[in-house]
Design a protein around this ligand. Sequence first.
Ligand code: BTN
Length: 327
Amino acid sequence: MIDKALDGKILSVIRKNFDGYISSDELVNALDVSISIISEHIKAMRNEGYDIEFLPSLGYRLISVPDKLYPAMVRCGLEKCRFASEVYYYQSTDSTNDVAERLAVNSDKEGIVVIAEKQERGRGRLGRKWMSSENVGIWMSIVIRPKIDYMNACWITPAASVAVATAIREVTGLSALIKWPNDVMIDGRKVSGILVETGKGNNQLPFMILGIGVNVNHKLNDFPAEIQDRSISLALAGERNFSRLDLVQEILKNLEKYFNILEEAGPDTIVSEWEKLSVTFGRRIKVQIPAGILEGFGNGIGENGEILIRKDDGRIEGVFSGDVIIE
Ligand code: BTN
């Protein structure tokens, strides 16, 4: 049976030499396994789409990796990241949040990541359906166990939104902004959504599942007709395709960064980053609430994560749950 963990180790060793070759002897020394096992793995990796060149006089060289979110690639370079402790990969699944929950129930680990190329029953906030077309997006869930007291639990979604918007900006250079409570927007259209769910394990330990969806390389027709006017992909906004792998890794790194900050220093940095990235700050907005529609100007985020609206009479009102419409 092939030990998939070795794929990751081979990858991290030859990736370090991205421009150069690594000899068979160097690989054997670095990995402490026989060259026949290494060659068997490299053969299997080539079948998965890795382009690995071999020249007898020089050794191995990594030319390119497949456009897949394989665990070995996702973990490469993130071996110490708290949000990438184990990565599970599916070509297709119901919802990565469900898979992550099933894994979390029987574990006390943090940072279990579940990624699928396609979801049959991807879901969004308020029970909405989340379209998850094959091979073009990031459909990923992460088991988190933040070390914060329950008073600060309201900062989980804002911290995750800041991490996702920042990662998108870093990888693509596009102006991703946050729309309260859990959307990331580009050019007024939704490019990413975050769904936070909670659960309790068989060991009674609570956990949270951070479900993140990002529309990456979609063409307009990859979206159903009814959401085409509200949705966008990074490829549509940037007029070129982007590496889903780079985005996943950057999201995981930024999640680690902002959750560490939240745990160590409280919510102040999240609030200021959120306000810098907020699409509603100072804009005229309407918020759909059960009692009707509240209108005014976006006035930031309150001390419990609620959106603040400055109404026309000058009073500020906070809303904890609703949909925001930007005028
Ligand atoms: C929203 O905008 O309402 C949240 C969308 C969250 C979608 C992601 S895709 C990965 C994970 N699995 C799901 O079923 N949903 C989340």
